[in-house]
Design a protein. Structure first.
Length: 96
């Protein structure tokens, strides 16, 4: 499988230590619900990925690997170069 060139982010999901004694067992049991939720999310994500790899669907439209930049119309609609106090959008892109 070839990866698409781009920026990928990685997140630290968590840190778990398995109990070495009965004293540490209580904190492990308290974290068990969270660990099971994380496991469920990983399992669902893997199943979605596996299904899409095993049964690829034809692309509905021509695939575009271009990302939105500051010069795209979507960005220009969101942000104005001029500052206007009556403008609904709070973002302002330009010199201070």
């Amino acid at each position: 499988m070839d990866l698409v060139k781009g920026i990928y982010t990685m997140l630290h999901v968590g840190h778990t230590t398995f109990p070495a004694s009965i004293k540490e067992m209580l904190s492990f049991v308290d974290e068990m619900e969270l660990l099971l939720k994380v496991r469920k999310i990983f399992r669902e994500s893997f199943n979605n990925l596996y299904t899409s790899l095993c049964h690829p669907s034809p692309p509905l439209a021509k695939a575009s690997f271009k990302r939105d930049t500051l010069s795209t119309p979507k960005f220009r609609d969101l942000v104005s170069k001029t500052h206007n106090v009556n403008r609904i959008c709070p973002f302002w892109f330009g010199r201070f």
